[in-house]
Design a protein around this ligand. Structure first.
Ligand SMILES: NC(=O)c1ccc[n+]([C@@H]2O[C@H](COP(=O)([O-])OP(=O)(O)OC[C@H]3O[C@@H](n4cnc5c(N)ncnc54)[C@H](O)[C@@H]3O)[C@@H](O)[C@H]2O)c1
Length: 361
């Protein structure tokens, strides 16, 4: 019970440096209530460090993180002073690939009906999770340009799918449903048009679902999936898909459940150190103004705790965010008037109060 969880904190750039400290405070509050211990170690990888001494992701970092930490809490990277975005690619994509974080998990949960753009939909209607393959597909960086800059230019971007890659993400989604007692898993691809790449997804899907007879499995082409997510989101509990379609479908899911300021995500390799980050970027347009919504970082922290087996502490954070949204204790993106730090402080206080009340104090 007293085991300390070691957390590497990488705030990054822009609002990442504002929301991550609030995420940390909220995590500290949740664990203070239960007596669980978190030990945070901060890393300054980001644009400032890159501009100072050229460091992006130190070569020994992936191994060190793997060896010395239980999880990584990440902010966001991207800075207008680095137009190439080189440091951001090295740090975030470097960690995703070098730590082989093949699951991108994005929960889409509506905390308050006023936050969804869907008419006549309420909290119970949007509650699903998208699992996006995170290491291959169209984002594997395989391709090239031929005769660039001429009228005869050819651009090729390969969609790379391996048997191992497809199998492990589909299995993760099915196992997750089984573990959480969920009933419905939908696999989405475009196998009618991408017959080779997504033909593989079809074959693996049909094979694996036989092992999960208690789960209602369903396939939708991705164009139908996004239409159905808008028409009737209650159909979905777990969605699993490839890298590019997951990128798009999970952003749609984020909007259905309140927008970028609230959306958390996990980059996971089961059993190994995994990285948790809010879905939003570094938002240079609002950075340094104390207006960024820290709830995405707080919910990211909750997701990390859940992953580490601290479900009760995670629930305290989710309940506090839900209460803040209901009571209008929010930053301007959600219609409120509070600042980043004030929302962080409100959430921490709420967590401590409800935690003590729950313990009968
Ligand atoms: N994972 C990441 O680190 C990540 C993800 C996306 C974009 N980026 C980088 O971030 C930079 C900006 O990208 P962008 O503008 O396309 O996306 P962004 O997510 O940073 O911002 C998009 C819009 O949403 C708003 N927004 C985002 N997060 C918010 C929050 N917590 N509270 C209130 N408003 C919020 C911003 O003000 C902006 O108007 C770029 O350098 C991009 O490469 C990084």
């Amino acid at each position: 019970m007293s085991e300390t969880k070691r957390i590497a904190v990488i705030p990054g750039d822009g609002i990442g440096k504002e929301v991550t400290p609030e995420g940390v405070k909220v995590l500290e509050a949740a664990c203070a209530v239960s007596g669980r211990k978190l030990a945070f170690t901060h890393f300054d990888w980001g644009a400032d460090r890159f501009l100072k001494d050229g460091t992006t992701l130190p070569p020994e970092a992936p191994q060190m993180l793997q060896r010395d930490f239980d999880a990584i809490l990440f902010g966001a990277v991207g800075d207008p002073r680095v137009p190439s975005n080189q440091h951001a690619a090295d740090i975030l994509l470097g960690l995703r690939f070098k730590l082989d974080l093949y699951v991108n998990a994005r929960p889409c949960v509506l905390f308050d009906r006023r936050l969804t753009p869907l008419r006549d939909r309420g909290e119970q209607d949007v509650d699903f999770i998208v699992f996006r393959e995170n290491t291959e597909g169209a984002y594997a960086g395989v391709g090239g340009n031929f005769k660039q800059g001429t009228p005869d230019e050819v651009a090729v971007q390969e969609d790379v799918n391996t048997r191992k890659g497809v199998e492990r993400i589909i299995r993760y989604a099915l196992d997750y449903a089984r573990r959480k007692g969920l009933k419905r898993v939908c696999m989405s691809d475009k196998s009618n048009a991408m017959t080779y790449a997504h033909g593989l997804w079809q074959r693996v899907w049909k094979e694996l679902r036989e092992e999960y007879k208690e789960i209602e499995t369903r396939h939708l082409y991705v164009d139908t999936l996004v239409m159905e997510m808008v028409r009737d989101p209650t159909q979905f509990e777990v969605i699993v898909t490839c890298n590019m379609f997951g990128d798009i479908a999970s952003d749609l899911g984020a909007q259905l459940s309140g927008g970028l300021g609230l959306a958390p995500s996990g980059n996971i390799h089961p059993g190994k150190v995994s990285l948790f980050e809010p879905v939003h970027g570094s938002a240079p347009n609002i950075a340094g103004k104390n207006v960024a919504n820290p709830m995405g970082s707080a919910l990211t922290g909750a997701m990390m705790l859940d992953y580490l087996g601290l479900e009760r502490e995670a629930a305290l954070i989710c309940d506090a965010v839900c209460a803040a949204v209901r009571e209008g204790k929010t930053t301007p993106d959600l219609g409120g008037q509070m600042g980043t730090r004030e929302v962080g402080a409100w959430l921490s206080e709420r967590i401590v109060k409800s935690g003590l009340a729950g313990a009968g104090a």
